[in-house]
Design a protein around this ligand. Sequence first.
Ligand code: ZN
Length: 197
Amino acid sequence: MHATVKKKVELRKEYSSIIAVDMGARWVGVSVAPHRNKPKFYGKRIREVRRKYFWLRRKLGREKKLRAIKKIEHKEKRIVNDELHKIAKDIVDEAERHNAIIAIGNLNGVRNNNKGRKVNRKVNSIPFYRMKEYNKASERGILVIEVPEFNTSKQCSKCGSMNTKRPSQGVFICKDCGYQINADVNGAKNILKRAHA
Ligand SMILES: [Zn+2]
């Protein structure tokens, strides 16, 4: 069955800020916003939980305790889901406080097809791609926009150059202007720039 639900929501007419969220590889998400200087990193607890359950699964696997593995898989899923909701709520709350638009990267079309596990996993971890969270934001009058995420991890957010490198997963360096920054923060800054445009 395929059902479509339509609901009229009142969006605000003017916004005074933008929260740009990049779904990173190391973090569930990183956001930057003009109304604050510091980037926000989301998902520390999820990383801890995943690590903990990874070791637990291995241990149980060696002991061949299959039923126990199933049980903890459910538990892990529940905790991670819970944390994702908290992250989404945190972002929507901040947007409400600062009268901000939420801008998220859009990996062109990956939601609708299978383009490999890595991409899917990244998309699955995005709370805003789940309609529920999106609806929650718009019910509160907050606009969520998608900007093309193409090359946001390769492009320098300071000078726009593509002549860049990542000596390690977390570090971004621009070979043209010398800008050095956390790679996920650079991605979020690019999303912010594109959202402005
Ligand atoms: Zn640069």
